[in-house]
Write a protein that binds this ligand. Structure first.
Ligand SMILES: [Zn+2]
Ligand SMILES: [Zn+2]
Length: 264
């Protein structure tokens, strides 16, 4: 098993030192881990959402140095990058090209100009309406896939975080979105952090996971740890769900390519 989704205090909303995340990982049945903190935000300044630009180099250097400190555990250099709109694609591409990332998570947190996963924005959900948020969100994900900027889709059904459920049937939209991942050669993450949120479900839901299997889209696993003891959290359950859907392996990334697989 591997955990590719680990944050650091640089993003402004996580706790614990990077060493503490690694020390906890060493107590878990993990063959490798990866840090994937929030890339500085290109479109707007949100110090509580992502690391500032002046911290990106420090982040990269610290992860690379930790590889020397912990030779017993492979540590990958990942990043979680937001998709905003076509206008920010070139700047995102050039920022990502400046560092030797092993993988780039593509995430959509924003529709219009507000973060759907921020509990301070529940009134925006009221204003826009649940169905419209879902529509906007999946349209953004398709654009993110088509941009070619990202290797892995994270928390693919994030709008369910607070328990918001659409009234319309979105299965066709979701399948089209999954096809866009396939066309872009993207991998999808099983992200266990949803179990720690009001929805109390992993991202993605099992119905989506079955579709990912239908399209033979590879998987990685991430805890989205924002505290050291969240590393590898609920992975036994995640593995069971993946196996129930027919998955047998996990993708291993290096320098933005799948270089190997581990048995699930
Ligand atoms: Zn995220
Ligand atoms: Zn994250």
């Amino acid at each position: 098993m591997l955990d590719y989704h680990i944050h650091t205090t640089l993003c402004g909303h996580a706790s614990g030192s990077m060493e503490e995340y690694i020390e906890f990982a060493l107590t878990q049945p993990l063959r490798e881990i990866g840090f994937s903190d929030h890339l500085p935000m290109i479109k707007w300044a949100h110090p509580e959402y992502a690391m500032p630009f002046e911290k990106l180099l420090e982040y990269v250097q610290r992860v690379l140095a930790l590889r020397q400190t912990y030779p017993q555990l492979p540590i990958k250099l990942g990043i979680e990058a937001d998709y905003y709109s076509p206008a920010e694609e070139a700047a995102t591409r050039s920022l990502l090209a400046q560092h030797p990332f092993d993988y780039v998570y593509g995430s959509v947190h924003f529709v219009e100009d507000w973060a759907i996963d921020d509990p301070h924005n529940l009134d925006q959900w009221e204003r826009v309406g649940v169905d419209t948020v879902y529509e906007l969100y999946f349209a953004q994900l398709q654009k993110a896939a088509r941009s070619g900027l990202f290797d892995i889709v994270t928390h693919t059904d994030l709008p369910k975080k607070f328990g918001h459920r659409p009234t319309k049937d979105f299965s066709a939209l979701i399948e089209t979105t999954i096809r866009s991942y396939k066309d872009a050669g993207m991998v999808v993450e099983i992200n266990t952090s949803g179990l720690r949120k009001p929805v109390k479900e992993m991202y993605p839901a099992i119905e989506i996971l079955k579709l990912l299997k239908k399209y033979e889209i590879p998987l990685v696993f991430g805890s989205d740890a924002h505290a050291p003891d969240q590393v590898g959290r609920d992975f036994a359950q995640a593995r069971q769900m993946a196996q129930a859907c027919g998955f047998t392996e996990i993708a291993v990334f290096e320098q933005r390519k799948i270089v190997d697989t581990y048995p699930l």
